[in-house]
Design a protein around this ligand. Structure first.
Ligand code: AMP
Ligand code: ZN
Length: 479
């Protein structure tokens, strides 16, 4: 097994993965807050987590991943109250849409997807433990965590605690580092808002307690990996550490992994700024799920990802390149035998792919290994030195990469149709295709490569693939 090193925000450095239970990695992922549809910034983070789990599995680990769905927080309560419905009813359609969206992006569903509102009792029990230890106080019916009683407070986000006012409180779920204060574990009911009658009084949970309660319930007191976007490190994850470690006296998480943001025109994509695309916005513009997945995974998770539609078009071509290569491997006849040089290329690529991902999930290195291999193998095929027995070996290599990348199988049309997009494209008639192919040949002869590429793309958009053969003629086929 190769050593897998990941950047642990808590330690501020790369560390070798060292799971509590050998051979098994337990991961907790902060899931979506379901007051609106998730946007592709959110999916950047969820795709990173998918690469993580797929890579760990490809390396022989068993993975248990728990993802919560935040279906109660300030924004949900307000939106549901404004709509005049209960929060379960309000959040249901967003939960369904989220599950469809992750499916469209081929993000594997975690072993457990759990809702906060199904775990009120677990949260109450955890708050009681904190109360028994004298770490909380009540004010106006709300219960707060006294951060001055937890010496480790600030260790994840490295905030400066000098000058904080003991007893100063913050009531909102989301706040910034200017507001390092005692935070709400439990909030007193407000008129018109949904609340629960519990042993600790009527009310509803603060945002942070759900993740401590649910992660420890399903994964034990000490988790191997906890993930989220960088915006969650403070206050959310800092507060999770305080609640959990104060209750159990044990380390809560071995490794904290945080994904950098997806940005658009220089700003973080976010619901509050209104500068976001949902997946469905992009599908409506004709972008494919696989291209979006490619784009989101192509930039290593600790680098900001600058989203552009131009980038999406390139991503689409990259996916097509991989798929066409495998199609060529399956369709073409090669001379008998096997070429040790070609095998060596494959072994090197496989090694580089794994080493890239083992180094803090460096997807850029891993993809470079794959695309270099595709280029080199295409060259050997064109030169006639790629041999018959190399083909199944190459297909196996591509399929192995795809256990992590999940791009090769073309499910785009089916996925889009399922979500109500992509009305069946009118199929071009054979004579229309011939005419376009001829026009493309003429364009190429005149060195008008732009027009030639446009035509190729137009045909591809209608499900037609072109193959330029060695003797200069062009073959086409339906995808
Ligand atoms: P939320 O639904 O707001 O709780 O966010 C779900 C996940 O998406 C969290 O892990 C966030 O940190 C993450 N996230 C939010 N905005 C972005 C963004 N622009 N880029 C990457 N991740 C994001
Ligand atoms: Zn969380």
């Amino acid at each position: 097994m190769i050593e897998i090193r990941l950047y642990n925000t808590l330690a501020n450095r790369l560390e070798p993965l060292d799971p509590v239970h050998p051979g098994e990695v337990r991961i907790y992922t902060c899931g979506p807050t379901v007051y609106a549809s998730a946007h592709i910034g959110n999916f950047r983070t969820f795709v990173f987590q998918d690469i993580l789990r797929r890579f760990l599995r490809s390396q022989g680990y068993r993975v248990i991943q728990v993802m919560n769905v935040t279906d109660v927080d300030d924004r949900i309560i307000h939106s549901a109250a404004a709509a005049g419905i209960g929060i379960r009813e309000y959040t249901e359609k967003y939960i369904q849409a989220f599950l469809e969206d992750i499916d469209a992006l081929r993000i594997e569903t975690p072993e457990e997807v759990v809702r906060a509102t199904d775990h009120i009792e677990d949260m109450v029990a955890l708050i009681e433990r904190l109360q028994q230890k004298g770490l909380t106080y009540t004010s106006d019916g709300s219960i707060y965590f006294r951060i001055s009683k937890f010496p480790g407070y600030g260790k994840l986000s490295k905030i400066d605690l000098t000058g904080i006012q003991p007893g100063a409180r913050v009531d909102v779920d989301q706040y910034d580092k200017e507001n390092v204060r005692d935070f709400a574990l439990w909030k007193a009911p407000k008129p018109g808002e949904q609340f629960w009658e519990t042993r600790i009084g009527p009310g509803r949970p603060g945002w942070h307690i759900e993740c401590s309660a649910m992660s420890m319930k399903y994964l034990g007191d000490t988790l191997d990996i906890h993930t989220g976007g960088v915006d969650l490190a403070f206050p959310h994850h800092e507060n999770e550490i305080a609640q959990s470690e104060a209750a159990t006296g044990k380390p809560f998480v071995r490794m904290w992994l945080h994904a950098e943001h997806l940005i658009i025109e220089g700003q973080k994509m976010s619901k509050s700024l209104g500068n976001f695309y949902t997946l469905r916005d992009l599908f409506a513009k004709g972008h494919k799920p696989s291209a979006i997945r490619f784009l989101l995974l192509s930039v290593p998770y600790r680098r900001q990802l600058n989203f552009t539609e131009e980038g999406l078009s390139q991503a689409r071509h990259s996916v097509e390149r991989l798929r066409n290569f495998v199609a060529r491997l399956k369709a073409e006849q090669f001379p008998p035998g096997s070429n040790p040089e070609v095998r060596k290329l494959m072994e090197t690529a496989e090694k580089d792919f794994d080493l890239g991902l083992a180094n803090d999930l460096n997807t850029a290195v891993a993809l470079a290994a794959v695309f270099d291999l595709v280029r080199d193998m295409n060259t050997t095929m064109d030169g006639g030195t790629f041999l018959q027995q190399d083909a199944p070996r190459a297909i196996a290599a591509m399929e192995k990469f795809d256990e992590v990348l999940a791009l090769l199988t073309d499910q785009d049309t089916e996925t889009l149709a399922k979500l109500g997009f992509a009305p069946d494209r009118p199929r071009l008639l054979a004579q229309e295709i011939e005419a376009l192919v001829e026009e493309r040949n003429a364009a190429k002869k005149n060195r008008d490569f732009r027009r030639a590429d446009e035509i190729r793309q137009k045909l591809a958009d209608s499900g037609i693939l072109l193959e330029d053969t060695k003797d200069g003629t062009v073959r086409w086929k339906y995808k």
